[in-house]
Design a protein around this ligand. Structure first.
Ligand code: DAH
Length: 334
């Protein structure tokens, strides 16, 4: 075989070897096989001297051209392999969601509300809603709260000076009436919502805050059901090491009425034995009569929790105003 023929065989072999290299070490090995001191290409160059003098220039030129071609190919392949070497080894799924830190997060009051609602949903309660701008009937009268009751005092309540004198609801109990007006019993609802009272802001008070109302109406509902339900939910939301105490109280829409006191290690740390966190009781027969439920057939209980109180207990927050300032240094911690 002529030197020219062997050159083209070796060149073809070198091209396919270089192009087939899968990584940088393989490429260097292939290079050595052809262009290294013991390489097939180098051997060919050595043969030049054995050729007749007049044949050398042409053969030399052909060898040089092939060598340059291979070196260019080598450089190109090296650049490609270097680029892919820095890529991830596994295929990337470009449809996967991003891993960037989310720009926003839920407010602590939202987190606590969602947890309480979730705990009640597990027990079969549905979520109901009602207006923040209420009328006196749903906020007071229908709840057996007479017009001379102190809760209706202009000092305690924001009235709107338009016909009908609507007001900002002072509690979510108004939604009990709205739900019973529209649905026959049995009823099992919770109502998270915002309420308003004329109060000066301090560490534990604010003119607007949030409550969760609960209402359960069925045949043969007892106070024992109320205690069991409330205890299960508080343990779910605030942990098993909590204690509740039911203390006699007065609300015009329940009879008997109670306040619920709460304690755990954190309450003790705050230097208190008990913290009052809710009002509750058995729905007053007069309330049932107002919504045309027969109190001889139906019985029920209701409660109202303050959400801020529960969030403060859960997170160890000692100033209620932090919830409303929207200071991102505070909010980022939840
Ligand atoms: N509405 C009361 C308050 O705002 C809380 C409350 C007490 C709600 C007794 C109830 C209840 O449903 O039965 O302080």
């Amino acid at each position: 075989m002529s030197l020219q023929d062997r050159l083209s065989t070796i060149r073809d072999a070198a091209v396919s070897e270089l192009m087939g290299a899968l990584d940088l070490p393989a490429l260097e090995r292939s290079k050595g096989l052809f262009l290294g001191p013991e390489g097939r290409f180098t051997a060919l160059i050595k043969e030049l001297s054995a050729l007749a003098r007049e044949e050398r220039p042409l053969a030399g030129k052909a060898i040089n051209a092939a060598k340059q071609e291979l070196e260019a190919l080598l450089a190109e392949k090296r650049a490609t392999l270097e680029r892919t070497a820095s890529l991830p080894k596994e295929a990337a799924d470009f449809t996967a969601p991003g891993r960037r830190r989310p720009l926003g997060r839920l407010h602590p009051l939202t987190l606590v509300t969602e947890d309480i609602v979730r705990a009640f949903r597990r027990l079969g309660f549905a979520v109901a809603d009602g207006p923040e701008i209420e009328d006196e009937y749903h906020c007071f009268d229908a709840l057996n709260t007479p017009s001379d009751h102190p809760a209706r005092d202009a000092q305690d309540t924001f009235f709107i000076e338009t016909p009908g004198r609507p007001l900002l609801r002072t509690h979510t109990s108004s939604v009990q009436i709205r739900v019973m007006e529209t649905m026959p019993p049995p009823i099992r609802i919770v109502v998270p919502g915002r309420v308003f009272r004329r109060d000066n802001a301090d560490a534990t008070h604010n003119p607007t805050f949030h409550q969760i109302e609960g209402l359960y109406v069925d045949k043969g509902v007892t106070l024992g059901d109320l205690k069991g339900t409330v205890e299960a939910v508080f343990k779910d939301v605030l942990g098993d090491d909590i204690k509740l105490r039911f203390r006699p109280h007065y609300f015009s829409y329940t009879e008997p009425s109670m306040e619920i006191d709460f304690t755990n290690a954190l309450v003790k740390k705050l230097g208190k034995d008990w913290l009052e966190i809710a009002g509750c009781g058995m729905v007053h027969p007069k309330v049932f009569e107002t919504v045309a439920y027969d109190p001889e057939v139906w019985s029920g209980w209701a409660f109202g929790f303050g959400i801020e109180r529960i969030a403060m207990l859960r997170y160890g927050i000692t100033d209620i105003r932090l919830f409303y300032e929207n200071d991102t240094r505070f909010l980022r911690q939840f």
